[in-house]
Design a protein around this ligand. Structure first.
Ligand SMILES: C[S@@+](CC[C@H](N)C(=O)[O-])C[C@H]1O[C@@H](n2cnc3c(N)ncnc32)[C@H](O)[C@@H]1O
Length: 272
């Protein structure tokens, strides 16, 4: 089905967004250079792509219990791993950005809402063993597949938790006490997204980053994103269209909201 909201938002985003060359803040400039424009290639990216290709070919069917606003294209109860991999899992460029954000902020405690087949958790955990990644998933058989993938990567720093986010998120937050990074990629509806944001707030610190996936997937998600941007605890945000990044650095006096795309999409902005 064609998502009119996403298409209109993409066109508007393209018109409004700048490349990082137009960013004056040294911190944001360097951050974007590393997560978006740095072409450094890591071995784990090849391994993740190989796994992604395997999952795309896997026709095994499993029972799926989606507790959120639905997977992006299908709400079937029985689904093939192939179809989950093609519709519900972040593409490789997004996985690579997750890896680079975790690495850039030297995350040691990361929480992910929405494990699915585990590729994004592996990306978040991949930069260093010291990053403890707690990944939450409500669908039991999907999580079983993810656990097999964690074993393939020997990712002992990933800690999967089964259950509804409403129960598992407060439990994990209480356990970790402090949150460096949180990737919110499940239950794409306004009210739960805002609820998870508020639950995370007492655990963030000045270097924490929250990443919201699919902020233009629906009108509701865009409204949630706009509400999050207005929250008094938020010091600046970076809108990459597919991800909305939230920062809390109290040293930043003036609240700023950036919309940024890769310079290949506006090459004339490469010259200041
Ligand atoms: C878009 S997928 C996550 C994709 C994954 N982060 C990746 O990029 O590889 C969202 C997942 O969240 C799970 N989910 C959605 N709402 C949930 C809820 N309220 N509690 C627990 N799990 C939920 C779904 O079962 C689904 O597997």
């Amino acid at each position: 089905m064609i998502n009119i909201h996403a298409i209109i938002s993409a066109l508007r985003f393209y018109g409004q967004a700048d490349t990082y060359y137009r960013v004056h803040s040294p911190f944001v400039f360097e951050f974007l250079q590393i997560i978006l424009e740095d072409n450094r290639h890591y071995y784990i990216f090849d391994q993740l792509n190989a796994l992604r290709s395997e999952l795309h070919k896997n026709k095994t069917t499993i029972e799926v219990e989606d507790l959120g606003a639905g997977s992006k294209k299908s709400n079937l109860k029985k689904r093939s791993i192939q179809s989950i991999a093609k519709t519900a899992v972040s593409p490789s460029y997004q996985s690579e950005i997750l890896f680079k954000i975790a690495q850039k902020i030297k995350a040691q405690t990361t929480v992910e809402l929405g494990t699915s087949l585990g590729l994004s958790a592996i990306s978040l955990a991949g930069y260093a063993q010291k990053n403890q990644v707690y990944t939450l998933e409500g669908s039991c058989f999907v999580l079983e597949v993810a656990k097999v993938n964690f074993d393939l990567f020997d990712a002992t720093n990933i800690h999967p938790r089964l259950g509804h986010f409403d129960n598992t998120l407060p439990e994990i937050l209480k356990k970790v006490k402090q949150l460096d990074l949180c990737y919110i990629d499940g239950n794409h509806a306004k009210s739960p997204t805002l609820q998870y944001f508020k639950m995370c707030l007492p655990y963030v610190h000045k270097h924490s980053v929250l990443i919201f996936d699919d902020i233009y997937w629906s009108k509701e998600m865009t409204e949630a994103w706009e509400t999050i941007k207005e929250h008094e605890a938020v010091k600046f945000t970076i809108d990459l269209y597919f991800f909305g990044l939230v920062f809390f650095n109290a040293d930043i006096k003036e609240v700023q909201h950036f919309k940024i795309l890769h310079s290949k999409f506006k090459p004339w902005q490469r010259y200041i």
